[in-house]
Structures are given as C-alpha cells and as structure tokens.
Design a protein around this ligand. Structure first.
Ligand code: C2E
Ligand code: MG
Ligand code: MG
Length: 401
C-alpha cells in the first residue's frame, strides 16, 4: 500500500518564533513545512506550489495584503489562512480582499492563539489540502463546461422556509441544479450568470417555472405549502412579456398569491423603468415579490419604499456561522429587520446554520428562516421526509422555535 504524500505548508510571518511554533504543530498534524520570515525568503518561497499558506497580515516593512496579491498572481486560487493580531473586523475585510483576488481563504486566526486552536485549524486545513483544488485546476473551465449544458436537463431542489413563531414549514425556495455527466454538480451561482450573459435567461426561467409548477402539482408536500418561491434573473425583469409568461405557467397549479418571485437587490433596484413596470404588473397579478440577497447591493431601505416588494430576504453572508461572529454583525441584521418591518415587509433570514442563530433571529422579530439547520435543498420526492425530520428535531429540542 503506498503512502499518500504529505501536503506542503508555507508559514509566512516576520517573527521566526511564530513560524517555528506553527511549523511544529503543522508537522505533528502531517504537513511538510517551510517558513519565510525575511523579504528575501518570502519572495523566493511564495507561490512554489504549497498546498496551504499561513500568512501574517503584519510583516514588518511589508503588509500582508501586498503579499496576498503576489501569491494570487503566482498561484491563482491558492489556499490561505490569514493570521493577525488585528481586530476581527480588519481580519474579516482582509478575508474579503483575499477572495476578491481569487484566493481560497480556508480560515482566519487571531493572535494570540492557543496551541489547541492552532492544531484544530491545521487539522481542518489538512483535510482541505487533500481535496482537489477548486476553480479550473482539476476540471475544465466553466466556459468549456457550458457548451454541455442543456437547459431541459436541469432539475430543481427545494429548501424549506420555516416560520419563526412556531417552527412550522410554511414555504420553500426552488433552486436549480445541474449535474454535469462527467464533472458532477456545478453551482447555479456559477452557471446561471453564464446563461444570463449568453442571453438564455428566458429559456432558464421558462424551464424552471414549468418544472416547479409540474412538481408542485404532483408532490403533495409541495402542494400543501402556502408559498413556493422561484428566482428570476435581472434580464427577465426588462422583458415586457415576463408577467404573462409566469402567469400562464404558474397559475395553472396554484393561485399567484401562493407564488413568490425572488429578485436580487441589485437587479431590481439598479434596473430601469421597464423593471419597475414588470414588477408592478406582477404584483397587480397578486404574485408576491421578494428582494433577494438583501444587504449585498447598494440600495437604501428608503429607496425600497418605491418598489412593490412583500418580503425582504437578508443575505446569507450576514447570517451563516462564519459571518456572525461579533455583536457588530447582529447590528446589521437587527436594523434590516426593524426597518424592513417599518416598510411593511416580511423578513426572511437565509443561511441559518445553527440553533443559537435561529433563536436570536426569533428574538429580533425576524419572521422566517431558511438554512442548513433546517435542511439543505432537496429533490421534490424527499421534501416531505425532510420536513418531518425537522418537525421531530424541533419538537424534541430543548428550546423549540
Ligand atoms: P439564492 O437565491 O440567494 O439562494 C440561496 C442559496 O443559499 C442557495 O444556493 C442555497 O443552497 C444556499 N443556502 C441555503 N441555506 C444555506 C446555509 O445554511 N448555509 C449556506 N452556506 N448556504 C445556504 P444555491 O442553490 O447554490 O444557489 C445560488 C444562487 O443561484 C441563488 O442564490 C440564486 O441567486 C441562483 N439561482 C438558483 N436557482 C436559480 C434559478 O432557478 N433561477 C435563477 N435565475 N437563479 C437561480
Ligand atoms: Mg433566492
Ligand atoms: Mg439569497
């Protein structure tokens, strides 16, 4: 039996003692370690095919951000962990910068750290380092894969939405899925924007609406929901026949008031008069309109008053376990809930991954929640079982919703 090679770690820190400390723990965890403390060492060792780079953000004369930029240029998609004595907030913004440069930020670590914390971080990194690298390195680029996409083959998955007052499943969001025959599942966050750029969003919308209407008619647990949501691309908001097409396809299965159309914040608010026209006609037909990914665009709540939304979905980047780490993060959520309510909108939080977050959202008066804590998106035939499973977990929880 062959032994698998040890993953390679580079530790970049201007304090040699910290390099040595992280290096010792990493060696125990199973890495081959190199370190770089001086400018010369950093220049020669950075980007030499390490599986993971631990990077201090304060490097004496040089700042860690410029080192990240060099790393991204030499090894696109490299995996990094950011280490710093700076505040959570500064580390979080450095994390974003790393992602903007196309690096895969595996984690962050605030100094001083305990050996136990460092060991567990390194163990997680070792697991990630053994996985194939993301983005184009083990499979063809998305652009190449797109030529294999047949819209008619796309399937739908459904994620339950629960009411926070009692934990009941009151709705679901339909999310499109593509399983490439050779390379497996491809995220809609990647292929939907491609379809949009290729001018195929209308084809996608028609397929998604037809599939969801068909499955809602056939599957009792979906038919029983008060509300089922589908996502609508920005481009469809500028096409004047969108309301008629959606009415024709969707209302055959359920009245318009039992359907929600989710529009991203940037699409809806950044759009021209034609989008407002389409949205107004959809709401006159009694469809509910949700503003999706709220908080990621540039709208002010004030401007939202002019749009006929019924629901505001707080983007998961404010809610997931990774994001909610400080009191500051809650301030954003709290004010979105408060102002959304004042504008008469129902508030849904997306990306709820753990019970304490769910409990806090309930305290803040948020109306509904959706996230992996309740269930991942599942195919229609598994929807009933996933809701039953949540109901039994919720009723046996110490503090049910
Ligand atoms: P979205 O509409 O904001 O959908 C929510 C995304 O959050 C989904 O990703 C869902 O799987 C993910 N999610 C839900 N709960 C959690 C959680 O607890 N933690 C984390 N980390 N993630 C969670 P998904 O399915 O990959 O979809 C990504 C985006 O692709 C969607 O964001 C939506 O903008 C777009 N999309 C999906 N389906 C369609 C579609 O049928 N049509 C159009 N135009 N866009 C779609
Ligand atoms: Mg959505
Ligand atoms: Mg969203």
């Amino acid at each position: 039996m062959g032994t698998s090679p040890r993953p390679r770690l580079l530790v970049v820190d201007d304090e040699p003692s910290i390099c040595e400390l992280i290096g010792d723990v990493a060696t125990v965890v199973g890495f081959d370690v190199e370190t770089a403390s001086t400018a010369n060492e950093i220049d020669t060792r950075l980007g030499n095919g390490h599986d993971v780079v631990f990077l201090d953000l304060h490097l004496g004369g040089r700042d860690g951000i410029s080192v990240m930029k060099t790393l991204a240029a030499r090894s696109p998609g490299a995996r990094v962990v950011l280490v710093s004595g700076a505040s959570d907030r500064i580390i979080a913004s450095a994390d974003r910068v790393g992602e903007m440069y196309g690096l895969e930020v595996l984690g962050t670590c605030q100094k001083p750290f305990s050996l136990k914390q460092m060991r567990s971080l390194l163990e997680d990194c070792r697991v990630s380092a053994m996985e194939p690298q993301l983005a184009g390195q083990t499979r063809p680029s998305l652009r190449d894969l797109m030529s294999d996409l047949v819209v008619a083959d796309l399937t739908m998955a459904y994620q339950p939405v629960v009411r926070l007052s009692d934990g009941a499943v009151v709705g679901a969001e339909a999310l499109v899925r593509w399983s490439h025959p050779e390379f497996g599942s491809v995220s809609p966050a990647d292929f939907v924007p491609h379809l949009e750029r290729m001018g195929r969003s209308r084809e996608l919308l028609t397929h998604v609406a037809s599939e969801v209407a068909r499955e809602r008619a056939e599957v009792a647990s979906l038919a029983a929901l008060d509300d089922l949501a589908i996502n609508v691309s920005a481009r469809d908001l500028s096409l004047s026949d969108t309301p008629d097409i959606l009415r024709e396809i969707l209302t055959e299965t359920a009245p318009a008031s039992n359907w929600t159309l989710e529009l991203t914040e940037s699409a809806a608010i950044g759009a021209a008069v034609s989008a407002l026209d389409v949205m107004t006609r959809l709401s006159l037909m009694y469809f509910s309109l949700a503003i999706d990914d709220f908080g990621t665009g540039s709208s002010t709540l004030e401007r939202l008053r002019w749009y006929p939304f019924t629901t505001l979905k707080i983007d998961q980047s404010f809610i997931t376990a990774n994001s909610i780490q400080s009191a500051d993060d809650w301030i954003i959520v709290e004010s979105a809930v408060d102002m959304g309510h004042r504008l008469g909108l129902a508030i849904t939080a997306e990306g709820v991954e753990d019970a304490p977050v769910l409990a806090r959202l309930k305290e803040l008066g948020c109306d509904r929640a959706q996230g992996y804590l309740v269930s991942r998106p599942v195919p229609a035939e598994k929807f009933a079982a996933t809701c039953d499973e949540w109901a039994s977990r919720n009723s046996s929880a110490e503090q049910p919703v």
